[in-house]
Design a binder for this molecule. Structure first.
Ligand SMILES: Cc1cc2nc3c(=O)[nH]c(=O)nc-3n(C[C@H](O)[C@H](O)[C@H](O)COP(=O)(O)OP(=O)(O)OC[C@H]3O[C@@H](n4cnc5c(N)ncnc54)[C@H](O)[C@@H]3O)c2cc1C
Ligand code: FES
Length: 367
């Protein structure tokens, strides 16, 4: 969406003029419709109102979504849609600001780290400017604060701090009185994201304890270990929230498991999911989207979400990487292979995730 404006100067000028209006959607909706009517339903325009440097490779983008945007709960994520060199790309990011900020001044923040070689994150760092516009999806995700106050432990690594920032801000605003501890793992002190905000929270919110661990500070790396968990008072009664690189998440799950913390008290958000090796033959097949009355033939390792979209259907989706379950759908018959695990489903009725399910032979979907 944005680079369309970027590349086309008259259009960009027009966008800038019209965006000063009360409801930018009045201008952008027809434009989005001309590209793809689905964009109007799934996305709203959001204007970039500020960009803050967090660390050498991380920036916070302040966005003002159009009034049509439905809002979010602390800890949730959004998809954004950006067009780069004529290709429309969706990516998922966590909202790093509190919903209260959005309610008060209509802005939200995304805190985005450059992924080496990554298309969208690098493009946003290098090209996005205040005044530009991108397309913002509705919020999703269940990495949410508990309904009643109880002691909490957050374990975050690197850019995995982003949904935690939104949660901490919200809890502090609500004067959350049960103890809240954050163990934040970064490579070096210079990699701490939102350092000022975290230190302000520590100063003004008595329930909050912050420990920053710079893993690469010493001669040998300091990864999460029992010593860190021992510093958390009453850890076995804590509800735990994990967000960070896979290594940290695996380690945290293992250590918490050994402390008999029940899995239903451990909440995790994954930023990426590793793909399994798939069988190279017998993938694809005839896919019937029953409620839509559409049947298509698919080949290779295309997933059902891509197959449905290629057939001009518009199933709901979020992360497109098997993390958020937004695309869950009923398969009424047939076998699919899960791209994340490489495992085959049963042949009968069951719920599957469209974005990671590759048909293996004929498949019927309740869509
Ligand atoms: C629920 C959720 C919330 C997220 N929140 C944030 C956030 O708040 N801030 C943030 O900076 N990032 C966040 N991410 C990660 C972010 O979505 C990806 O880093 C981003 O999609 C990369 O886009 P790209 O176009 O730059 O890279 P791409 O061009 O898509 O990827 C380039 C290469 O990197 C690999 N890759 C893609 N994503 C990752 C990853 N996360 N880790 C390692 N390798 C990867 C790809 O397989 C590919 O080989 C979140 C992801 C999810 C699922
Ligand atoms: S879109 Fe997120 S799991 Fe499929």
């Amino acid at each position: 969406m944005l680079s369309l404006l970027e590349q086309n100067r008259p259009l960009r000028w027009l966008g800038k003029q019209l965006f000063n209006r009360e409801d930018p959607a009045a201008f952008f909706d027809p434009l989005l419709t001309s590209i793809d009517p689905m964009l109007v339903r799934q996305y709203v325009p959001a204007k970039v109102t500020g960009i803050l440097d967090e660390t050498a490779d991380t920036k916070t983008f302040v966005l003002k979504p159009s009034a049509r945007w439905a809002g979010y709960e602390a800890g949730q994520h959004v998809n954004i849609c950006i067009e780069i060199d004529g290709v429309r790309l969706n990516r998922t990011f966590s909202l790093s600001s509190s919903p209260k900020q959005w309610q008060q001044n209509g802005t939200v923040t995304l805190t985005i780290k450059r992924l080496p070689g990554g298309q969208v994150t690098n493009w946003m760092h290098d090209h996005l400017q205040p005044g530009d516009t991108l397309a913002l999806g509705e919020a999703f995700g269940d990495f949410l604060a508990p309904e009643v106050p109880e002691p909490l432990l957050f374990i975050a690594g690197g850019s995995g701090i982003t949904p935690v920032l939104s949660l901490l801000d919200t809890l502090a605003d609500d004067d959350y009185s049960a103890p809240v501890t954050l163990l934040y793992f970064v490579r070096t002190q210079a990699d701490v994201i939102a350092a000022e905000k975290l230190h302000t929270l520590r100063q003004h919110w008595p329930a909050f304890t912050l420990t920053v661990v710079a893993t690469d500070a010493g001669k040998t790396p300091e990864y999460l270990n029992d010593g860190h968990l021992d510093t958390v008072p009453g850890i076995s009664a804590r509800r735990c929230y994990l967000c960070g690189p896979k290594g940290l998440m695996d380690l945290a799950n293992e250590l918490l498991y050994h402390r008999a913390i029940n899995a239903d008290r451990i909440h995790s958000t994954f930023f990426s999911a590793p793909m399994a090796a798939l069988p190279s033959d017998d993938l694809g097949g005839e896919v019937a989207f029953e409620r839509s009355g559409v049947t298509v033939s698919a080949e290779g390792d295309a997933v059902l979400l891509e197959i449905a979209e290629a057939a001009k259907l518009s199933p709901k989706y979020g992360c497109r990487m098997g993390v958020c379950h937004q695309c869950s759908c009923k398969k009424t018959s047939g076998t699919v292979i899960n791209r994340l695990t490489g495992k085959a489903s049963g042949p009968g009725e069951e719920n599957i995730q469209l974005c990671v399910s590759v048909p293996q032979g004929p498949v019927n979907i309740d869509l």
